[in-house]
Design a protein around this ligand. Sequence first.
Ligand SMILES: [Zn+2]
Length: 272
Amino acid sequence: MPEGDTVWLSAKRMHEALAGDVLTTTDFRVPRHATADLTGRTVCEVVPRGKHMFTRLDDGLTIHTHFKMTGSWRIVDIGKRWNGGPAHEIRIVLGTERRTAIGYRIPVIEIIDTDRESDIVARLGPDLLGPEWDLDEAVRRLREQPDREIGEALLDQRNLAGIGNVYKTEALFLIGLTPWTAVGDVAKLDRLVALSQQLMSANRDHWPQATTGNIRRGEEHYVYGRGGAPCRRCGTRIRRAMQGPKAEDRVSFWCPSCQAGPAPMPAATTPA
Ligand SMILES: [Zn+2]
């Protein structure tokens, strides 16, 4: 699932590609806005808020998109062919005289009044990559539910916005606690949140993501995606298990030696 840093980088590229230019083509391939035509408007700016993206136009409208599990924006120069995948999975096209932005497999697309963006943002906790990042407020929100498992609480965008499963998993490894630890038992909650923010900040300007500092394929993460492989620190086999109700988005990895705290019995784990 794309995390906040992916959305941040994507918004930056969208902004560079479209801001200041007039839309010459718009194509909304979603039932709700199938007849919408926003040509003639100028793109003012493209901004990320948590995992949401707002493409602001000069007439007080905003195109709100959210990648969820599948989405992405691709920029194609005029005259170049689209070769990014099946065309029927394209959900939105925004074109200027210079470039075309193609929204691929994006599940959330809506046209809203720009001053209604705040309704969406109001539901979010402090934005890890936002201009008003507030560590104390994020920690305060997490502490309101001390019995909740930290792995679940960190992913709740009402506590802090932008974090996803990769950074959750890696930050918990670095702090030495399992994802099943109760929030109330995390002694260094502020350090954990600061660490999550630092990992995302360090990755927001480039791809691929790497929490280890090494972007070589297979070396990017400490435990994420490494079920069954030896821990980089101690050699113990990394374990993998599902956490929470939406299992496909909630696979957790941890080192049973480096990370203290509760964890599922081995029978409940699945191989990598
Ligand atoms: Zn270890």
